[in-house]
Design a protein around this ligand. Structure first.
Ligand SMILES: [Zn+2]
Length: 337
């Protein structure tokens, strides 16, 4: 079972609007059966969920803030509250059997009295049959059960599930402000530009900027874009020479594809405006050349192909083959230099 450190520190300031809405729900005792908390990486979805759960279960909250000391608060923080269950993807996705188990646990009567809550992390990764099973459960709401779904890809959820849930969208910090904070922390302008696109949270962005693997991924992806601008052979060679370590884990492969997507978005942005804010300002001269030699139509196809490759990642496709295919697709009739 998923174990996430209980940490709600700073969330009342970071997501004050959503927190106030959740406090009002609990205060007015208008507690719903299902919620979705969505937001980009680093916006604090887990912390918001934890604050909400703690407030819902706290036996002694004052001014709509959990007391931190009651039995319920303590149990949540030590991860052994019997009325709170957490579910995360098992490998590539969330399977029907996992939802069956969850429903079974939720339907048991032997738990503590009071409300039961379950949270589903990465709810966008529910597979079709798991979605349908969950939907049935949501359609027969039981008064004392509340579901909380977390996602950073809300559009990947079934509309029928979305329509059963109350939505909370978490606000992102403006990228320029985040970047400024990172530069103040001693991170180079080019790295700050990149990591502030990958996450919306200062600490996470700093960790990423200092992470050796991420530095390598960034370098390899830029090398690949240049290689792909030369010839398909160069691109394929780059995949074989540099991408082995980037494709081992699904998360890393997804990150590499995001980095690649941002590279092509830079070219689109530069094509539209010479003073565009780039993810890779260190590549600006190359982007300018690339922008001259590609049409919007070609660039839009490139972006589409990369997004398609990202979808294939979730389908458990062989990652090296997927990258090779992507390079062939990107290559069609396009060389910059
Ligand atoms: Zn409490």
């Amino acid at each position: 079972m998923y174990i996430e450190n209980w940490d709600t520190q700073g969330i009342e300031e970071l997501q004050s609007k959503t927190i106030k809405q959740l406090q009002s729900i609990v205060f007015r005792k208008r507690i719903g059966h299902a919620y979705i908390i969505e937001g980009a990486k680093g916006t604090g979805k887990t912390k918001v969920m934890q604050f909400f759960v703690q407030l819902l279960l706290c036996e002694n909250s004052t001014k709509s803030v959990p007391c931190e000391t009651c039995r319920s608060c303590k149990r949540l923080k030590s991860n052994n509250h019997l009325n709170f269950m957490q579910l995360e993807p098992d490998g590539q996705n969330i399977k029907k059997a996992q939802i069956d188990d969850l429903i079974h646990e939720m339907s048991k009567t032997a738990m503590e009295t009071g409300r039961k809550i379950y949270v589903i992390y990465h709810a966008d990764q529910l597979n079709q049959s798991a979605s349908n099973t969950l939907l049935k459960f949501l359609e027969e709401p039981q008064s004392e059960i509340t579901a909380i779904l977390l996602t950073d890809r809300i559009h990947a959820l079934l509309p029928t599930i979305l329509s059963r849930c109350q939505h909370f969208s978490l606000a992102s910090m403006p990228q320029s402000l985040l970047k400024q904070k990172l530069v103040e922390e001693g991170i180079t302008d080019s790295m700050a530009s990149t990591v502030s696109k990958m996450t919306n949270q200062v600490e996470e962005a700093i960790t990423l900027a200092k992470d050796e693997h991420f530095g390598l991924a960034r370098k390899s992806v830029l090398k690949l874009v240049e290689a792909s601008g030369k010839s398909v052979q160069d691109a394929l060679m780059c995949i074989h020479e540099d991408f082995g370590p980037l494709l081992k884990e699904k998360e890393q492969a997804e990150q590499a594809l995001d980095l690649l997507l941002f590279a092509y978005r830079d070219i689109v942005a530069i094509k539209a405006s010479a003073i565009a804010v780039c993810t890779y300002p260190d590549m600006i001269h190359y982007w300018q050349q690339a922008a001259l030699h590609t049409t919007y139509e070609q660039l839009s196809k490139h972006l589409e192909m990369i997004l398609h490759a990202k979808e294939n990642l979730h389908k458990n496709m062989n990652r090296t083959l997927m990258m090779e295919q992507l390079m062939l697709n990107l290559q069609e009739g396009i060389t910059f230099v």
